[in-house]
Each structure stands twice: as structure tokens, then as C-alpha cells.
Design a protein around this ligand. Structure first.
Ligand code: RIB
Ligand code: CA
Length: 312
């Protein structure tokens, strides 16, 4: 029996690599995608998701548009990291697939309500769709088996402020609702995709030379490659969503993971968007999330190659 997934995405270039990995993991069946603004505006993220499904060369689940706006905050986008189109500004576009009519938030509620409690959700963007679904029908959302979230700085530093990671920071009010929901949360922090988990030049070359999908998954990350050449003096890829997807679908690659009480700071100020991980249990509160902060690099990269190296 394949495990059932819903993937919620703000499809930028690292989402694309993660989505292609999931579509090529035979242990899972992606029921559908729900899309949210984040890296790019909703409509562009929908097109990028459709493109990625076409490039993945696997089955083609429906793609539903979800929230275009955050609950309160203005959209910031991440064009400097993913390009204006979110896919490296290479002019990529879907050739055939179209978005499916229907609201992603309502589709998520409907699927969970009619499920046997065996559907997992993986989120790769701001938590707006999840928060809205929970507010609209908490009973349905409580039937989710687990929500794996690419979100938080983990046990490290933020990537949009000293403490905050983009997905949480872009809609901290939504994240606060999700973290206080009591739903089974599995967090993969930004720190899980750094250091030894970075894709280095040899990994990038191997992917690019492995076939059309591997080449696409690198080429759409062109902007991030250029940015990292400046930042680190070498071409490397810190792939947050692929790290989260690998930890969610291939737990053999998890190295450090523990449960903590985590809360979101949604107050205006320097801490906005931070996920406070109560590492030393000061709050005395029961843990509400499992947090993966480190992967086993070899296992993680093995999973990426195994799912993306398609020789057609
Ligand atoms: O902070 C990294 C996360 O923000 C990734 O999911 C990236 O795609 C952006 O959504
Ligand atoms: Ca993302």
C-alpha cells in the first residue's frame, strides 16, 4: 500500500527539486498539490508546479490553487534566491498541464474528512493554506496522519532575520495557528540543509549529467547557484525543501531529531517569525512538534540521486 500525501507548495526552484523527488518515490502516492504564494505570487507558483510535474516524467496529480494572500502580512517574495519566475528566469513554462478548478484549502478539508486518517501533508511554503483549513474545519484537519513542515531555523540561525526562516516569517500569524493547533507536526529546520548537507559541485555535476530531470532540477536553481558563488565562493546548493522532503519520505536520512515545545513569535519586532524551540524545557510545556535539525548527508544525497536520476 502506498502512503498518501498532499503537498502544499509555494513552488520556487528548491520546491521543484523536492516535488520531483516525491513524484519519483514509489512508496508514496501524491493525491494532489495545493499552492500558496511565497517565493513567487500564487499564479506563478501554480505554473511552476505544473511545469515540475511535466518534467518529473511520472504520474500527474491535480494542482489546486490555494491562498494568494497571507493572513495579514504583505508578500515579500524571494526573487533574489529563485529568480523573478521562481525557476531561475530561464523561460521555463508548462507545455500541456493546467490548474484544476477548485480551491486548494477546501480540497484539503474534503480529502481529510473523507479519509481513514492515513493522509500525510508535506508543506514547502508559508502555512497560510493549512491555517485556513484548520480554522474552517478543525475536525477534518485533526484526521491528518502528520504534517511535515519545511519551516523554522531549527536549532540554528534564520535566513530572513537572525531568528526567522522564510516560510514561517512570511505568514507568522498562520504559523502560530498551526503550531497551537495540536496537530501532529514534524518540522525540518533550515539548518538541516546546510553544512555537510549542501549539494556541492560534484553532486551538482552528477545531477546535471544524469538526465533531463536532474539537469532541470539544477538549472531551475540557477539564481541560487549564482548567489552562493558570491556568498561561499563556490557553486553549491542549500536545498531546504529537498531536505524536508527527504526527511519526511526517507527517514533513514535523519541524523538529529527530537521533540520540543515550539512556539511562533508573531509579535511585531526583531523576533517576528521566529520559532522558539524550547530546547532546555524552560516552559515546562509538553512538546508539540518533532524537529529534525540534521540529516545524514550520504543518505540524503543518495535519496536525491535515486529519485532524480531518470535516464529516459
Ligand atoms: O526558507 C526556505 C524556504 O522558503 C523554502 O521552502 C523556500 O522554497 C522558501 O519557500
Ligand atoms: Ca518552498
Amino acid at each position: 500500500m502506498k502512503r498518501k500525501l498532499i503537498i502544499d507548495t509555494d513552488c520556487g526552484s528548491d520546491d521543484a527539486m523536492a516535488i520531483a523527488m516525491a513524484l519519483n518515490d514509489p512508496s508514496y502516492e501524491i493525491l494532489f498539490f495545493t499552492v500558496v504564494s511565497g517565493n513567487v505570487i500564487l499564479e506563478q507558483a501554480v505554473q511552476n508546479t505544473l511545469l515540475t510535474i511535466e518534467m518529473a516524467g511520472s504520474y500527474e496529480p491535480p494542482v489546486y490553487a490555494g491562498c494568494r494572500d497571507m493572513l495579514l502580512r504583505d508578500l515579500a517574495f524571494a526573487h533574489e534566491t529563485h529568480g523573478k519566475d521562481g525557476m531561475g528566469d530561464r523561460g521555463f513554462a508548462p507545455k500541456r498541464l493546467k490548474v484544476t478548478e477548485g480551491n486548494g484549502v477546501l480540497k484539503m478539508i474534503e480529502a481529510l474528512k473523507n479519509s481513514g486518517g492515513d493522509i500525510e501533508i508535506v508543506t514547502l511554503g508559508p502555512l497560510t493554506n493549512i491555517a485556513l483549513a484548520f480554522k474552517l474545519d478543525p475536525g477534518a484537519l485533526k484526521r491528518v496522519a502528520r504534517i511535515a513542515i519545511m519551516g523554522s531555523a531549527g536549532l540554528g540561525a534564520g535566513n530572513v532575520s537572525p531568528l526567522a526562516e522564510f516560510n514561517i516569517w512570511q505568514d507568522a500569524e498562520a504559523a502560530k495557528i498551526v503550531f497551537e493547533s495540536g496537530l501532529p507536526l514534524f518540522l525540518v529546520g533550515w539548518d538541516a540543509c546546510l553544512d555537510a548537507a549542501m549539494l556541492e559541485e560534484a553532486d551538482i555535476r552528477r545531477l546535471r549529467e544524469s538526465g533531463p530531470l536532474g539537469r532541470f532540477s539544477v538549472d531551475c536553481n540557477r539564481r541560487l547557484l549564482e548567489l552562493n558563488q558570491e556568498r561561499f565562493g563556490r557553486p553549491c546548493l542549500d536545498m531546504a525543501d529537498p531536505a524536508a522532503m527527504a526527511a519526511a519520505l526517507f527517514p533513514d536520512c535523519i541524523d538529529v531529531c527530537d521533540e520540543y515545545f515550539c512556539e511562533v513569535d508573531a509579535t511585531p519586532g526583531p523576533g517576528y517569525g521566529a520559532v522558539l524551540v524550547d530546547r532546555y524545557r524552560f516552559s515546562g510545556k509538553k512538546p508539540n512538534a518533532r524537529l529534525c535539525s540534521q540529516l545524514k548527508p550520504e543518505k540524503y544525497k543518495e535519496y536525491i540521486f535515486r529519485t532524480l536520476e531518470k535516464r529516459r
